[in-house]
Ligand binder design. Structure first.
Ligand SMILES: Nc1ncnc2c1ncn2[C@@H]1O[C@H](COP(=O)(O)OP(=O)(O)OP(=O)(O)O)[C@@H](O)[C@H]1O
Ligand SMILES: [Mg+2]
Length: 285
């Protein structure tokens, strides 16, 4: 009976059953998901460099991240670049432990990921991407979503100000209690992104992940979002999946991926000098 119930539980998991092929790797992922325990392990992590050593991962039988070893420096902006499908988003999902790596080590400072609870680890990361997860509800509830503790009015106002959302809030009936519709209806894309930025500011993470955060925005909107982003980036480790040359050139450090392998890593200047693949990529964008 217990087995039956467990299987029913597993069957409700999306995507993993979308394709019929069953490989050991896929089964391992399913059981890892079923058993996800967010509480066991150390309840805190130091603020430090993120180290990947020999990290390997695949969704199915194909290896998507192939023995990657790299150090992402604390408090700096690291740009991750590589062609479509080279594993940029996957690498980030391994770093914030959305997926468990199959091999290798992941550490923040001296803290090994396997010794730290998922809850504590994930509390250190916030993601701002092109697809912001704004849901039906008030602007207030959208901003406070996921906050560990009750949010004071003062903290909320500060996040709104730093995210460059004050005018948006003031222009809506009810202000922070304005009801956003399904899929963010009632807020433009750029406004939704600023809501996501305010949410991340409240979370106050050690690491900020930007995945095409300002893609598809017109110049004026991009400037409005950037203002909020710059506030959010201050004093944090930033990992940015960068698609334009300016972002890559302005980064402190670059990680170059090629078909799941680390092609090279270093400062933009070093990459320009010694990494032919980097030169080839940056000439194309
Ligand atoms: N959930 C998934 N299930 C199965 N395969 C996946 C999944 N997500 C990504 N992949 C595959 O893994 C590989 C790496 O994908 P990933 O999204 O990490 O690449 P990327 O570098 O971020 O690409 P892009 O520039 O297009 O965003 C690709 O071959 C992709 O098809
Ligand atoms: Mg991607």
């Amino acid at each position: 009976m217990a087995l039956e119930l467990t299987l029913v539980g597993i069957m409700t998991l999306p995507s993993y059953f979308a394709s019929a092929a069953g490989g050991s790797r896929k089964l391992k992922s399913i059981f890892a998901m079923k058993e996800e325990d967010t509480e066991t392990g150390a309840a805190s992590v130091p603020t430090d460099d993120i180290t990947l050593k020999d990290v390997t991962f695949g969704y199915q039988e194909t290896t998507v991240i192939d023995h990657v070893s790299v150090v992402i420096p604390k408090g700096k902006v690291t740009a991750v670049i590589g062609p479509n499908g080279s594993g940029k988003s996957t690498l980030i999902k391994l770093i914030d432990r959305l997926y468990p790596a199959e091999g290798g080590d992941l550490r923040i400072g001296e803290a090994d990921a396997s010794d730290v609870s998922l809850k504590a680890w994930r509390s250190q990361f916030a993601v701002v991407s092109q697809n912001t997860a704004v849901f039906a509800g008030t602007i207030r509830s959208n901003i406070c979503y996921g906050a560990a503790e009750p949010v004071s009015e003062e903290a909320l106002r500060r996040a709104v100000r730093l995210a460059n959302l004050e005018e948006v809030v003031a222009s809506r009936q009810g202000g922070l209690d304005y009801e956003v519709g399904v899929k963010g209806a009632g807020l433009s894309g750029g406004e939704q992104q600023r809501v996501a930025i305010a949410r991340a500011l409240l979370k106050d993470p050690q690491v900020l992940i930007l995945d095409e955060a300002t893609a598809n925005l017109d110049a004026k909107t991009e400037a409005e979002v950037k203002k909020g982003l710059n506030e959010l980036m201050k004093g944090r480790t930033v990992i940015e999946i960068a698609h334009n040359y300016a972002a890559i050139r302005d980064a402190d450090y670059v990680v170059v991926l090629d078909q799941g392998r680390l092609a090279d890593s270093g400062s933009p200047g070093e990459m320009e000098e010694r990494c032919a693949f980097y030169r080839q990529m940056t000439r194309q964008i």
